[in-house]
Design a protein around this ligand. Structure first.
Ligand SMILES: Cc1ncc(COP(=O)(O)O)c(C=O)c1O
Length: 352
């Protein structure tokens, strides 16, 4: 496909070539990082573990009190009837239930896959929802109801299969993030700086340490193996609860691998038999060298290998057929498509 064909993105109810998609300079995502994001893998046009991603999206939105609406359904005022047929109470606007919102997003994602010709091979969907914005700029939420900004893109993606086989390297690095890492906020500056440090050190990523405990990397969860047992940081506010991590729990259970949701202590790192990263665009990536020293035998270990294979099988199994049919059937009428849309080629999503 010619490179010049633009990617089609979704912004606030419209499908547009990416260079035509514009947001306001008052947008609080731009001014404050006041927004939430998600990344979802697409295999042969099928969304992988999408319900889990959308569930997490809703949780993050609810933590920061962003109440999404679909376009054509602007936020209502107190006293107006909401979409559930009830009268809004003071302070309440016309919001969607999470299931309605997920349904709407499934429809948008399906349409982006179609418009961007991504029914074959692999792709990644990016979703970002911000609080929207109006002037004047205030730190507190705007007084008047503001429509959130909803942006989605879909671009082709090539997994780094070679790296998955050879394994990668990392350095330990202080976790300098805030204390609410379970929220998938677009505030990623500490993650950006950590990843840049890794790049400058000539390695792939960081193993972040907070209070002597391994938390996660700049953009993945972390698992380690000691005495054949799989360890990972427990779910709390110092890590993002990864969807790939959930899949690893399920697969470890199927394979009879014992999992302990206990953080690896920094001093235990030299004792690890295996270490690996997990993430939506990373899959399961063995770390074979940490701070210049081999991890275990310095090659991908059997626990990670077994889980990698099981993960690919799960992905292939769940991304066959037409699991999203239900969501495809009735794209909401308020979505405007670009029927003339020149079908796009697009930029590759970065594989880790
Ligand atoms: C900080 C952090 N931890 C973990 C993950 C992995 O999450 P998932 O497996 O849902 O992609 C990500 C993914 O973006 C991340 O940014």
């Amino acid at each position: 496909m010619p490179k010049s064909t633009p990617m089609i993105v979704y912004l606030n109810g419209q499908y547009l070539p990416e260079h035509e998609a514009k947001i306001s300079v008052a947008d609080r995502g731009f001014l404050f990082g006041d927004g939430i994001y998600e990344v979802i893998r697409v295999v042969r046009g099928i969304l992988f573990m999408a319900s889990e991603h959308l569930e997490r999206l809703s949780e993050s939105l609810s933590h920061v009190e962003i109440h999404p609406v679909t376009f054509g359904h602007q936020p209502g005022q107190p006293g107006q009837t909401n979409q559930s047929g009830q009268t809004n109470q003071p302070g309440q606007t016309n919001q969607l239930a999470p299931s309605e919102f997920h349904h709407y997003l499934f429809g948008v994602m399906e349409e982006l896959i179609r418009l961007n010709n991504l029914q074959e091979g692999e792709a990644a969907i990016y979703i970002q929802i911000t609080r929207g914005g109006v002037f004047p700029r205030t730190h507190h939420f705007p007084e008047e109801p503001v429509t959130p900004t909803i942006y989605l893109s879909a671009s082709s993606f090539t997994p780094n299969t070679e790296l998955h086989q050879t394994g990668t390297n990392a350095i330990t690095f202080a976790d300098q993030r805030w204390s609410q890492c379970h929220i998938k906020s677009v505030n990623l500056l500490p993650n950006v700086l950590a990843k840049q440090k890794a790049r400058e050190a000539g390695v792939n990523n960081v193993v972040m340490i907070r209070n002597g405990l391994v938390t996660e990397s700049a953009n993945t969860n972390i698992f380690g193996v000691m005495d054949g047992v799989l360890y990972t940081h427990p779910d709390d506010e110092t890590i993002l609860s990864g969807v790939t991590r959930l899949a690893v729990f399920e697969l470890a259970d199927e394979l009879g691998i014992e999992v302990r949701r206990e953080a690896i202590r920094e001093e235990e790192l030299p004792k690890l038999e295996e270490l690996f990263f997990t993430g939506t665009t990373t899959d399961l990536l063995p770390v074979v060298e940490l701070d210049g020293n081999p991890v275990g035998e310095g090659i991908p270990g059997p626990v990670c290998r077994a889980l990698q294979e099981a993960y690919y099988r799960k992905m292939q199994r769940e991304c066959t057929g037409n699991l999203q049919k239900d969501y495809q059937s009735d794209l909401q009428s308020d979505l405007q498509t670009d029927p003339q849309g020149t079908l796009p080629g697009n930029d590759s999503f970065q594989s880790e």
